[in-house]
Design a protein around this ligand. Structure first.
Ligand code: FA5
Length: 376
């Protein structure tokens, strides 16, 4: 480094020597050309422009006598300008190379097969429940709900199922601990009838869906936890004809025009008279016999295993609301009449979609649900 400089002495200020400056510029050019990446070019710039011989020469100018400053300044300025141009040109080249490399390295082949993520969808049972509700809502009925843990009084007594009724026995009903505590897992959606009639004045047109529980074994047409839909109408002048009409309409909407159903007399303590609606067996189509029994098999083995040989499967029960039930709910049976029906929703899905085994509906295998499409 130089001290105070009274005279322009190129030896003492070696960096300002033209040959020295030219050599520094040439070395910088070589370093720029050798840089293979923008990172390396930055290193070369730091070494040859920001620091190094040319930067030192620039600093020395200040120490020169005024007469020498202009000449030295011009040469250093020209050298820096040359380096700036070379640096910019090399930057453009290296940026273009980097962009080309990125395009190759990060290319996306849009024709490659991708791993598809399955979309979620509603369970076929949910879809069936909503369709059933829609059939009633389309007739102007209202959807209501009731609890799954129900009082024995609502589930049985208010429905005229006395203490000695077989449905109250342990083999049918799940009792909530302690067993004499008066609570059960509801065995039917009919207690919602009671709750509704206690809660509002006629005219009443309501429908309720939900889980019910019975100590049944799991088989092709039974499960211990299943779903029912319950419909209740209470108004002036309702008759069995209205009940038949409502069931017919609902069966047509739900299962299509040609669905074969039959009604037969039945008994429910809470309806009088009562009837049962059956649909034709989806496995044997009504003839009560199976095709897969071996030749020469006894008659017993030829009976359809789905319907037990009758050719019909029970869809639900119905009837005119028993006068005793109307009275227990504070409705005058001399002024109002009512009808009610309750269907098994799993059975409705079996009928609608030809599901021969109820276990497929409850076991939760996604391959079963997928066959119903992806309605969300
Ligand atoms: C009842 O539960 C009455 N509450 C129905 C009713 C409502 C009658 C209103 C009159 C007026 P039932 O026990 O028959 O009735 O059951 C109704 C339907 O539930 C049956 O027809 C059947 O479709 C379905 N079901 C019964 N048990 C099972 C089961 N274990 N698994 C699947 N579905 C069942």
């Amino acid at each position: 480094m130089s001290g105070p400089n009274k005279q322009y002495d190129p030896v003492e200020v070696a960096t300002l020597d033209p040959a020295h400056l030219d050599a520094a510029v040439t070395a910088a050019f070589a370093a720029f050309a050798a840089a293979g990446s923008l990172e390396e070019l930055k290193t070369a710039r730091l070494a040859h422009v920001d620091k190094g011989a040319v930067a030192a020469a620039k600093r020395e100018i200040g120490a020169l006598p005024p007469s020498a400053k202009a000449d030295a300044g011009k040469r250093v300025g020209a050298a820096l300008a040359e380096l700036g141009r070379a640096l910019a040109a090399r930057t453009v080249e290296l940026e273009a190379e980097r962009d080309r490399r990125i395009l190759v390295e990060e290319a996306v082949d849009v024709t490659m097969p991708v791993g598809r993520r399955a979309l979620g969808a509603r369970h076929p049972l949910t879809l069936t429940t909503q369709r059933l509700q829609d059939a009633f809502v389309g007739m102007g009925w209202e959807v209501v709900e009731g609890p799954e843990v129900e009082s024995e009084w609502m589930n049985f007594d208010a429905l005229n199922l006395g203490k000695d009724h077989p449905a109250r026995q342990m083999q049918d009903t799940f009792f909530v601990d302690p067993p004499d505590g008066g609570l059960v897992l509801r065995t039917q959606t009919s207690p919602v009838q009671i709750r509704t009639m206690l809660d509002r004045e006629p005219p009443i047109y309501v429908v309720s869906t939900g889980k019910v529980f019975r100590t049944d074994e799991l088989d092709a047409t039974h499960t211990p936890v299943f779903h029912q839909i319950e419909a209740l109408a209470v108004d002036k002048g309702l008759t069995m004809a209205h009940l038949r009409g409502a069931i017919d309409h609902f069966v047509r909407v739900m299962f299509g025009e040609g669905t074969r159903t039959r009604v037969r007399a039945s008994y429910f303590p809470f309806t009088e008279p009562s009837m049962e609606t059956d649909f034709v067996c989806f496995a044997c189509h009504g003839d009560g016999r199976t095709n897969d029994a071996p030749d020469g098999a006894p008659e017993l083995l030829r009976a359809c295993r789905t319907c037990g040989g009758s050719g019909w499967i029970e869809l639900g029960g119905s009837g005119m609301v028993n006068r005793k039930v109307l009275t227990a709910c504070g409705i005058d049976p001399d002024v109002y009449t009512g009808f009610a029906f309750g269907l098994g929703i799993e059975r409705a899905l079996q009928l609608r979609s030809g599901v021969t085994d109820m276990r497929d509906i409850v076991e939760g295998d996604v391959r079963f649900s997928q066959q119903f499409g992806m309605e969300v």
